[in-house]
Design a protein around this ligand. Structure first.
Ligand SMILES: [Zn+2]
Length: 150
């Protein structure tokens, strides 16, 4: 696991109580060190990131293949979006959950926190961050079992 401690990028990107994040398969943090719990949490996000990247690549190949069979063309520039698949999925899920909590009538100060903790990616990471045996035995795409849970 590649960890950038006291990262300037972390200083730039992270706000509020957030001090550490997974960033394109690495970890950036404002801290001088990380606990084993934080490393396992971010390690789960790293696995999720590579799984989503693979999913994005497979989807692009499928879509480009189908369009090509129909006589069309999909630009290879769309491949640049493949590394963003995890963030696009994370953001879409957060937006849906955020809207859900607004419509549910929750108090405004709870919307962001509730949406953050309702993320399938975060639910998996928090559920197993205390278990040192989880990451080596984790099944591929394990985060998908948290979809639909709020
Ligand atoms: Zn997390």
């Amino acid at each position: 696991m590649l960890i950038f401690y006291q990262s300037g990028l972390a200083q730039l990107l992270l706000f509020g109580k957030f001090r550490t994040m997974m960033f394109f398969g690495t970890v950036i943090t404002k801290n001088k060190s990380l606990t084993d719990i934080s490393k396992r949490h971010e390690g789960t996000h790293i696995k999720q990131y590579w799984e989503c990247l693979l999913l994005g690549l497979v989807l692009w190949i499928l879509i480009a293949g189908i369009v090509a069979l129909c006589g069309g063309h999909v630009s290879c520039w769309w491949l640049c979006a493949v590394p963003l698949t995890y963030y696009l999925m994370y953001g879409a899920e957060w937006a849906v959950s955020y809207l859900y909590h607004i419509l549910k009538g929750d108090a405004r100060e709870k919307w962001n926190d509730a949406a953050y903790h309702a993320s399938a990616f975060e639910m998996e990471a928090y559920a197993h961050e205390d278990d040192p045996d989880y990451l080596p035995t984790r099944k591929w795409y394990a985060f998908t079992k948290y979809y639909g849970a709020i």
